[in-house]
Structures are given as C-alpha cells and as structure tokens.
Design a protein around this ligand. Structure first.
Ligand code: ARG
Length: 487
C-alpha cells in the first residue's frame, strides 16, 4: 500500500491552496492551475509506479507499431527506444525523480522521455490514451504475477505430495465439528489440502485466459483514426489476442476481480490449513512440530513457540476478501467507459497479489517441513471412540439394521464413558449383553489399522487408496505441466 501523508501535511496544503506548476501534458485548455490538494488527491504515482516496467514495454511496442505504419520515422523510433531503455535504468537504479505534479506513472515516464529526447518523445502518445495504456499495463502486470503465483502453487502442491507420501500410514483422528469422528491417515488429510490447492491452480490457469487480451489501440474509448495495427502490439507484448471492443477494453476490470476472487479462495484454503497448524502445534493437540524458523517466541513467556506465520496467513486472508469486495463495489456503478474511479483498482489488486505471493512462499517452505508426532496422533485417535462407526458397520454386516446397530453402539459408548474406558476395553461378556451377534472377531474391526484399511475405495483413507491417490495426483500435476508448456 502507498504511504499516506499525515493529516497535518494534508490540511496545511489544503489550506494554502498553492497553485502548482502547469501540468504540461494536458494543460492546454486550462486557465488556472490545479489546486495543490486536488493534484495530490487525484495522483496515483505513489502506487502505480510499480507498473513502470509494463508501461515501458507497452510504449516500446506502441512506438514500434507507429513506425511500421509510418507515423514515426525510424530515427524517431530509435530515439524513443533508447530513451525508454535509459528511463528503465533510471527507475531500476532509483535515480528517477517521480513527481506528483505529473499524476501517474504514464505521464511521469512520458515527460521524462521528452525531457531526454526532445520532440520525438511528444509523438509517442499518438493514437493511444492513458485509458488503453493503463488497462494494458495492469493486464501485463496481472499476467506476470499469475506466472509467479502459478509456479509457487505448483511447488506447494509438490510439497504436499511429498508430505502425504511419507505419511500414508500415519494414523490420526479425523474430525467433524472438531470432535473426534473416525480414524484417518495424515497422508489422506494432506491429500485433501492437495485437492484444495489443485483447484486453486486450475482457477488461476483459467482466469489467465481472460486476462490475456490486449486493450492497446482502444485509445480513449472509441479507437483511433490512425491506421494502427493492434495485432502487432498484442503480439509484441505476448498477448494471445486483442480485446474485441474498444469501449469494453478501456473500462472493465473484471479480470482483476477474477484475480481477487482467486486470491480470496486460495487464501481461504491456506487459512483453513493455517488454523489446523495452529491447533495442532498447541500442547493440547501436539500433533505436529513446525520448524523453528517459522515460529517466534514470546518476550515474556520463555516456554512459548508461537505459530506466527500460520496465524498471519489466516489473518491476512481478510484483506483479500476486502479487496475483492472493494473491486466489485468499485465497478458496480460505473457507466461505460473509463471513469477515474478505475484508478482505485490498483491498491486492492496489488495488495492481493503481494498477500498471495507472501502466503504461498511461507506455506511451501513451512508445510513440507511439518514433522508429525506419530505417537501423539495415534494416542488421540485411540481416544474419543473413533472406531464406533466400525462397530456399527460390523453389526450391520452380521445382519443388524443400521439404525439398531447405531443404537447398540451408542449404548456401548455410554458404558465406556461411564467406565472411563475405550470400546476395545469392553469384555466379550459386555459385548454379548449389548448384542448376541457380536463375536470375538469384533476386536479386529475396532483397531485403528482395521478401521482405516476397511475404507478401501477411491477417495477413502485406506493406505493403498491414499498411495494410489498420490500417484494419480502426481500424474495430474505432470499433465498440467505438459498443458502449460504447450500453451
Ligand atoms: N492513473 C490513471 C488510472 O490509473 C490512468 C488513466 C487516466 N485516464 C484519464 N482519462 N484520466 O486509471
């Protein structure tokens, strides 16, 4: 997020209303300078300067196209190209002087170009507008961010597969309502994380299809009277095609909304996992160990090892939801085409990108390093009558209707709760009293391993099924890789 000036700053400038220097890029029809406060209020340069690379690439492509249709001479083109390269260096090295008077990244760069190369610089804006320029820049920025995030998600998914493969036999309680429900394996649980992340990856791949069109050439809104070649600029910039309609091209930001929806869903998933990590690292659960480098201590309680990174991922999820809501609300009242409201698209979008990149970076390193405490997980699975359903299923297999079986097992559990023991601690005599159908083979079905192994179908927690699921998942990732290489 941009740094905001303090209120004191703001009001002193507001009060003296000093007229600012003429804004040379559009000052022609104005008879008085912009109010100093208005200038700051309307400027976006503090936060859109991060688009400089995309802006320069867009200008380079536009200039090349203008030369190809005879609007620029080849020497003007080479001056513009050299100038833009030099400006890119100035910005990258931190020498560039950004000016609020020049409002945004586009006018800052254009003004500097003219300062450096003279009149040829003034010709660059022929046949375009900041409206198609900014839409192009943001699409390029989103595309680039998507490829970074795609790579990160891929790494995370690979990490899940490694973690799952190492834990196909690690028994833990599965939960519903956060109450012990049935035994599962940790590997099966991690593969649930994989499925969540794989869908996020698919969403990300899908949304990029719609980002991948070039608005350049739509100009202010209606197109331009120059014989421009939109396909050429689109190709130079690596877009798959051009936006079909100039009005739509400069005005809609649905692609940014889709990105923020992706970011929100991905963060929601990470946040759920983060919540599990927080619970599981507590002494009460003690299911897992997180690497020390991903935890922090307390300044007062020496024993503490806090899962801060997981907590922050959970906490940062809210800002992504907020940004999604901001963008949806930003767009809902806007008539076609461009309105200055659109300038407010950047901060939510940029912050969503930063948040997802940060969270994925933390997660891909932290989750692979999770060390499960096998004994603790097993102990927890033995508590809470996790195999009660198995006992009911056993009775059903002996011919007892499921509802009756449910009732019988309910009574067995009540007896155990009263006696402070587990189902497997009941004697054969106890069992016979509950149902004459129960034989000594009942003890086998109530073991954790027996329970897990019996869920032996696609999507079930039996180790052989989880192993097969991991193999299929690996193939899906490989197919995805091939698909991405081809596109
Ligand atoms: N800074 C502006 C934005 O972010 C650039 C486009 C300005 N266009 C205009 N007609 N004022 O949207």
């Amino acid at each position: 997020m941009s740094e905001h000036k303090s209120d004191a700053d703001e009001s002193s400038e507001m009060n003296d209303r000093k007229p600012q220097a003429e804004n040379r890029l559009w000052g022609g029809r104005f008879s008085e300078s912009t109010d100093a406060f208005v200038q700051r209020f309307t400027a976006s340069v503090e936060f859109d300067q991060r688009l400089y690379e995309q802006d320069i690439r867009g200008s380079l492509a536009h200039a090349q196209m203008l030369e190809s249709i005879g609007v620029l001479t080849s020497s003007e083109l080479s001056d513009i190209t050299d100038g833009l390269h030099a400006i890119r260096e100035e910005i990258a090295s931190g020498e560039f002087k950004w000016s609020v008077e020049l409002e945004d990244v586009h006018m800052n760069i254009e003004a500097r170009l003219t300062e450096r190369i003279g009149d040829a610089g003034k010709k660059l804006h022929t046949g375009r507008s900041r409206n198609d320029q900014v839409a192009t820049d943001i699409r390029l920025y989103v595309k680039q961010s998507c490829s970074i995030i795609e790579q990160q998600l891929h790494t995370l998914l690979q990490g899940y597969l490694t973690l799952a493969a190492a834990n196909v036999n690690t028994v833990m309680p599965g939960f519903t309502h956060l109450q012990t429900a049935q035994p599962v394996t940790f590997g099966h649980h991690v593969m649930a994380w994989f499925e969540m992340g794989m869908r996020d990856l698919e969403r990300l791949v899908d949304l990029q299809k719609r980002v991948d069109f070039s608005p350049l050439g739509a100009a202010a809104l209606a197109g331009t009277s120059y014989p421009i070649n939109r396909a050429m600029t689109a190709e130079l910039l690596g877009f798959s095609g051009v936006c079909e309609n100039s009005l739509d091209a400069v005005s809609d930001r649905d692609f940014a909304i889709e990105f923020c929806a992706f970011a929100s869903t991905t963060m929601m998933h990470l946040s759920r996992i983060a919540e599990e990590l927080v619970l599981w690292t507590s002494v009460q659960f003690n299911f897992i160990e997180l690497p020390d480098r991903y935890c922090t201590g307390s300044s007062i309680m020496p024993q503490k090892k806090n899962p801060d990174v997981a907590e922050l991922v959970r906490g940062k999820t809210g800002r992504c939801y907020g940004h999604l809501m901001s963008l949806l609300t930003l767009m809902k009242g806007q008539p076609l085409t461009y309105n200055k409201d659109n300038q407010e698209d950047k901060e939510p979008l940029f912050d969503s990108i930063d948040t997802v990149i940060g969270a994925l970076r933390a997660f891909s390193d932290m989750t692979v390093a999770i060390k499960p405490n096998h004994d603790e997980m097993r102990r927890a699975a033995l508590m809470g009558y996790a195999t009660a359903t198995d006992l009911a299923d056993y009775l059903v297999k002996k011919g007892v209707p499921f509802r009756d079986a449910h009732e019988i097992v309910g009574k067995a559990v009540a007896q155990c709760v009263g006696g402070g023991c587990d189902l497997a601690d009941l004697s054969m005599e106890d069992f016979k009293q509950l149902s004459p159908m129960i034989e000594t083979d009942v003890y086998e079905v109530m073991t954790l391993e027996g329970s897990i192994a019996s869920r032996d179908h696609i999507g079930g927690t039996a180790p052989s099924q989880v192993t097969a699921a991991i193999e299929r998942a690996g193939r899906r990732l490989a197919e995805y890789d091939l698909g991405r290489q081809a596109s």
